[in-house]
Design a protein around this ligand. Structure first.
Ligand SMILES: O=C(O)[C@H]1O[C@H](OP(=O)(O)OP(=O)(O)OC[C@H]2O[C@@H](n3ccc(=O)[nH]c3=O)[C@H](O)[C@@H]2O)[C@H](O)[C@@H](O)[C@@H]1O
Length: 433
């Protein structure tokens, strides 16, 4: 019956309408017309309310988006600082935007780049996933090295656009991410926000930049998930992630491929294997084991079924930083411009591990010796929280193509970490937790 209703109200006025003779039908149609009219008015008001109201774009309430709040950036003095930090000071140097610069790996990579004369600009949202005062201390360190860290989020496309307008970055070292395997069960949306939405936002800015930068970014050993073939090679399957964290990193690798394919962006993913060292992350086991052993608190050491070993291919930060620089130095230029691909671009994936896995219980023994304190050990079954039993990197590809050659064993690296830890936390900084 509805299909007989004329499509324009004017038609209702036509004398020849077959409906005009039927009074009750006419009333019915007249009511429908009124209803339609008032519905349009109502919808129009809703539209105006939502799209014109200043509260239509409120500060996001989702905790994973807290960092999008407007930060202080912009203005001539700010631009001058940005330019100066990103200025290349050596022959054949590069200018790099380092996202997550106040993070653990970000600080080390930024410092290493700056020291050899490259231009470096940091970007970090200083979120409180772990003690932000440690991030501030790293920022102060970077400041002393001449690296300015802009406070902002990779999801802030206006800020990213501005940064590329101010500096024609040759490279982006993308290290900003929501890290940590187990925390993904507590705050899943923060992983989607940073590792997926944030990555897309960054790649969008890179593809539109002129010139397009080459991008090197942090993937993770966790993408190997339930893969049981050892050592893990880049050719092994990565379609069985064991945690949402791993799934977002794997998704990142696929997203990167898309931007490489469509826009000609040069993209290199580095799969890091449990990176540790001075200025490390307090959410990682070696870090909070150290804190808890010193406090006399019991630590939980995971083991697999039937007392099976849980092991990690712990990799020292200096080795990782060297691998990052080698990846930047060997990255070819992106081929696109103005958001259009001009030809095929480089797409690479490398394992950066130590290729020498160590059981977690041995890590604890190393810490006991270095701290000269016996740990209170609570050995327990590996919880179903996304952790995998072991990791072990095959690094031959990185060795061949990047000249990557890790040289620090766990004993030596942990010694350096413990020395830093004791000096950092005896200097008035309080160990959280
Ligand atoms: O290699 C990687 O790609 C990942 O390395 C670490 O993840 P993970 O290796 O799980 O490092 P930790 O969280 O420090 O755990 C190290 C080992 O200690 C074990 N563990 C952890 C916590 C605990 O209370 N007890 C315990 O035995 C874990 O099962 C694991 O075998 C990082 O947290 C990730 O961000 C990174 O992506």
């Amino acid at each position: 019956m509805l299909k007989h209703i004329p499509s324009t109200p004017g038609k209702f006025k036509m004398e020849k309408s077959p409906y005009i003779l039927n009074k009750s039908r006419w009333h019915w149609h007249s009511s429908i017309m009124k209803l339609t009219f008032w519905s349009f008015i109502f919808l129009g008001l809703i539209f105006i309310f939502f799209f014109r109201s200043p509260s239509s774009n409120p500060i996001p309430q989702d905790p994973s988006r807290r960092s999008l709040r407007t930060h202080n950036w912009g203005g001539p003095a700010w631009e001058k600082r940005v330019r100066s930090s990103a200025r290349i000071r050596s022959r054949n140097g590069i200018s790099v935007l380092v996202t997550g610069a106040a993070g653990f790996v970000g600080t080390h990579v930024s410092t290493a780049l700056k020291r050899r004369g490259d231009g470096v600009l940091g970007l970090d949202n200083f979120n409180d996933y772990y003690d932000p005062s440690l991030k501030r201390a790293r920022q102060a360190l970077l400041d002393r090295t001449g690296v300015f860290v802009v406070e902002g989020d990779i999801n802030d496309s206006t800020l990213l656009k501005k940064l590329f307008e101010v500096v024609p970055f040759t490279h982006v070292m993308h290290l900003a991410a929501q890290a940590g395997v187990r925390y993904a069960m507590e705050n899943p949306s923060s992983y989607v926000h940073s590792n997926i939405a944030g990555l897309v936002s960054l790649l969008e800015a890179c593809k539109s930049a002129n010139p397009q930068p080459a991008i090197v970014w942090a993937s993770s050993s966790s993408v190997y998930g339930l893969n049981s073939k050892v050592p893990f090679s880049e050719k092994d399957r990565t379609d069985q992630p064991a945690s949402l964290y791993a799934a977002t990193k794997k998704a990142g690798e696929e997203i990167a491929h898309t931007y490489n394919h469509i826009y000609g962006l040069s993209l290199t993913a580095l799969r890091f294997f449990t990176v540790y060292g001075p200025w490390g992350r307090p959410d990682m086991a070696y870090f909070f084991f150290t804190r808890d052993i010193l406090k006399g608190k019991t630590i939980s050491i995971f083991e697999a079924a039937n007392h099976g070993t849980v092991a990690r291919d712990f990799t020292y930060i200096d080795d990782i930083a060297k691998g990052c620089l080698a990846a930047l130095d060997t990255a070819e230029k992106s081929t696109g411009s103005g958001g259009k691909k001009k030809g095929p671009a480089q797409f690479r994936v490398y394992n950066l591990g130590n290729t020498s896995p160590v059981p977690v219980s041995d890590l604890v023994s190393i810490l006991e010796r270095l701290l000269k304190v016996d740990a209170k050990r609570n050995v327990m079954k590996l919880p179903q929280n996304g952790d995998v039993r072991f990791t072990h990197a095959n690094i031959s590809l990185a060795q061949r193509e990047l000249g990557y050659k890790p040289s620090t064993d766990l004993q030596t690296g942990m010694k350096k970490f413990v020395r830093w830890y004791l000096s950092y936390y005896s200097g008035g900084n309080k160990a959280a937790g």
